[in-house]
Design a binder for this molecule. Structure first.
Ligand code: ISE
Length: 325
C-alpha cells in the first residue's frame, strides 16, 4: 500500500510538502496533518481527501495510520519531535535545521546510532537539485582539478517579521554550509561572519546582508553573501574555482521564492525519501540523502557563525569526530 505520511507544521514549507505528496509524489499519501494553528491544519486537510487533523504532534507521530513523518514545524520544535519519531521507530524527513543547536543535534545522532536502523533524513534539498549534482560530479570526477575556492550568493526578496540576525545564519546560510560539505566532501573547521553596513530597507536591528567565510579541513576557502531583504527575488549562485577552471550554477535565475526556485529539488528529495522508506525495512536505512550527522555538522558550523556574528572574530567550529559516534 501507499506510504501513509503525517505532515507536522503546514505553514509555507509544510503546505508545499502536503501539496507535493498529494499531487506529484508516487507511492505515498498524507493521512495526518498537524499544526499549532488549528484553522490552518483544517484548511490544509480540507485539500487532501482521506486526511485528518491530529492536534497533538506526538499523537500524530504515534498514530496507527502513520508510517512516516515529515517535520516542517519551527526549528525549536524539531528536537522533541525527532526523538519521538525515533521512539516510535517512524522514519522522518526533518526540514532544516535538524535542531537549533549542536548539543541537541549531537544527542539525536547518538540516539539514532544506538538503533539498528537509520531513521532520520534532513531536508537539505539542494543536494537533489540537478545543477548542484552536476557541480558535485565535476568536482568528484576531476573536471575542475583540485577545488580551491567557492563563491556563493544566497538572496531572498524578504523574510518573515520574526526573522533575526542569527536566523540569517541558522535558517538561510545553513544551506551554503551543507552545500560546501556536499560539493567539497570536506568539513568546515572555522567561520568568520562580517557585518557590512545594513540594508536601509531591512527591518531595524536585522543585520542584513552578511558575508561569511568558511575554512575547510583541507584548506579550501568558501565565501558566501547572504542577503534576505533584497526586495527583488530569490536568487542562489554557487561557483567552484579549481586548478583547471571554474563553473557557476544559478547565474541569472531569479524566482518568487525558494519553493519555486528549487521545485525540482524538493520533488526529487521527497520522491527519493518515499522510495527509501518504502524499501528500507530490509536495508537497515530509511534514508536516501543527508542524515542526522549532516544536520549536526550544519548546527555546529552555524553555532560558530552566530558566535562570530556576535564577536566579529574568526571562530573555530567545535564538533566531535564522526568516528567517535
Ligand atoms: C528557508 O527556510 C529556506 O530554506 C530557504 O532556502 C532560504 O533561502 C530561506 O531564507 C529560509 O528562510
Amino acid at each position: 500500500h501507499d506510504l501513509r505520511v503525517a505532515v507536522l507544521g503546514v505553514g509555507i514549507m509544510g503546505a508545499d510538502h502536503v501539496a507535493r505528496l498529494a499531487t506529484t509524489i508516487s507511492g505515498a499519501r498524507v493521512t495526518v496533518i498537524n499544526d499549532v494553528v488549528a484553522e490552518r491544519a483544517e484548511s490544509v486537510a480540507g485539500t487532501v481527501p482521506g486526511s485528518r487533523v491530529v492536534a497533538d504532534p506526538f499523537e500524530a507521530i504515534a498514530a496507527d495510520d502513520v508510517d512516516a513523518v515529515v517535520l516542517a514545524t519551527p526549528g525549536p520544535a524539531h528536537e522533541k519531535q525527532v526523538l519521538a519519531c525515533l521512539a516510535a521507530r517512524k522514519p522522518v524527513l526533518c526540514e532544516k535545521p535538524l535542531t537549533t543547536d549542536p548539543a541537541t543535534a549531537l544527542d539525536i545522532v547518538r540516539r539514532e546510532a544506538e538503533l539498528d536502523t537509520t531513521f532520520i533524513q534532513v531536508g537539505f534539498m539542494r543536494r537533489f537539485d540537478h545543477e548542484y549534482q552536476r557541480l558535485r560530479a565535476m568536482v568528484a570526477d576531476g573536471t575542475l582539478g583540485t577545488p580551491l575556492l567557492m563563491h556563493c550568493v544566497h538572496r531572498n526578496a524578504s523574510v518573515p517579521a520574526h526573522f533575526d540576525s542569527a536566523m540569517v545564519i541558522k535558517d538561510s546560510l545553513v544551506h551554503e554550509v551543507d552545500v560546501t560539505r556536499f560539493i567539497l566532501d570536506d568539513e568546515i573547521v572555522a567561520v568568520t561572519i562580517r557585518r557590512p553596513a545594513p540594508n536601509p530597507a531591512a527591518p531595524p536591528g536585522l543585520q542584513d546582508p552578511q558575508l561569511a567565510l568558511f575554512e575547510t579541513a583541507s584548506g579550501k576557502l568558501v565565501d558566501a553573501e547572504v542577503f534576505v531583504t533584497t526586495g527583488v527575488g530569490y536568487e542562489v549562485r554557487t561557483e567552484v574555482v579549481g586548478e583547471l577552471g571554474s563553473t557557476t550554477i544559478g547565474a541569472g535565475k531569479i524566482s518568487a521564492d525558494f519553493r519555486a526556485h528549487f521545485a525540482q529539488a524538493y520533488d526529487t528529495e521527497m520522491q527519493h525519501w518515499v522510495g527509501a522508506v518504502r524499501g528500507g525495512a530490509s536495508s537497515g536505512s530509511y534514508v536516501d540523502g543527508p542524515g542526522a550527522w549532516d544536520g549536526y555538522a550544519a548546527a555546529a558550523v552555524c553555532a560558530a557563525g552566530v558566535r562570530s556574528l556576535e564577536t566579529g572574530e574568526r571562530v573555530a567550529v567545535d564538533m566531535v569526530r564522526r568516528s567517535s559516534i
